[in-house]
Write a protein that binds this ligand. Structure first.
Ligand code: URA
Length: 197
C-alpha cells in the first residue's frame, strides 16, 4: 500500500469511527478521541480511555497524564509525532470510571483496524487494560500478569509473518498518585525507544 493510500484509508477509518454508535458511551461523549501521531511510525502507544480533557479536546493524553507522557517521550528522545497514540476506548467513560467489558468489546474493531493499518513493530501498552487487550489480541493472554510484575518486559508475538514486540508499561497517570513510579517509567521508555525495529 502506498503512503497516500494508507493516509486515505486512515482518514476514512477516522470518519467512520467518529460517527460510532456501537455502545452507550456515544450518548455521553463530547468528542470521539480517535488517536494522534504518525501513522507511519513503527511504535504504537495504547492507553486506556479518554478522560475529561481528552473528551473536550478530541485528542488523546492532553491532561495531566498526557504531560507526564510528553515528559517520558522527551526524556527518551522522542516526540509525539514520532509515535502513534491511541486508546482501547475511543469515548470517555463518565466520571473516568474503568471501561466496562461490553464497551471494550464494542470498541475492539476500531482499534483492530487502526493496528492493521499502522502495522507497528512495537506496541507500548499503557497500563493494565491496554496490556490485557493487546496481549490477548496477539495470542499472549496466558502471559498476562499485573503491570507491576511485567512492565518493561518484551513479549514477541507473531501475527502472520510480521512479528510484533509488545511492551507492558505503567500507565503515566500512576505518577500523578505516586511520583516514585516515574523512574521505572523513565527506564521502560528508554528501553522502548531502543528496541530494534
Ligand atoms: N488516559 C488514557 O488512558 N488515555 C488518554 O487519552 C488519557 C488518559
Amino acid at each position: 500500500m502506498s503512503l497516500a493510500e494508507k493516509q486515505n484509508k486512515f482518514e476514512q477509518l477516522k470518519e467512520k469511527i467518529c460517527k460510532c454508535q456501537k455502545c452507550a458511551l456515544a450518548a455521553t461523549r463530547l468528542n470521539v478521541v480517535f488517536g494522534e501521531g504518525s501513522i507511519y511510525s513503527s511504535l504504537l502507544l495504547i492507553g486506556e480511555a479518554p478522560g475529561a480533557n481528552e473528551d473536550e479536546a478530541g485528542k488523546p493524553f492532553c491532561g495531566r497524564a498526557g504531560k507526564i507522557l510528553d515528559e517520558l517521550l522527551a526524556k527518551a528522545g522522542m516526540k509525539r509525532d514520532d509515535v502513534y497514540i491511541a486508546n482501547i476506548l475511543k469515548c470517555r467513560p463518565p466520571g473516568n470510571r474503568n471501561p466496562k467489558d461490553e464497551e471494550i468489546r464494542a470498541c475492539n474493531d476500531n482499534l483492530d483496524q487502526q493496528i492493521n493499518l499502522i502495522k507497528p513493530k512495537v506496541i507500548g501498552c499503557l497500563g493494565n487494560f491496554s496490556t490485557k487487550w493487546v496481549m490477548e489480541k496477539f495470542g499472549l493472554g496466558n502471559k498476562v500478569q499485573g503491570i507491576s510484575k511485567i512492565h518493561g518486559q518484551v513479549f514477541i508475538a507473531s501475527a502472520s509473518q510480521d512479528s510484533v514486540k509488545i511492551v507492558p508499561l505503567y500507565h503515566p497517570a500512576v505518577v500523578v498518585y505516586n511520583a516514585n513510579t516515574f523512574p521505572a517509567l523513565e527506564k521502560d521508555f528508554n528501553m522502548l525507544k531502543n528496541i530494534p525495529r
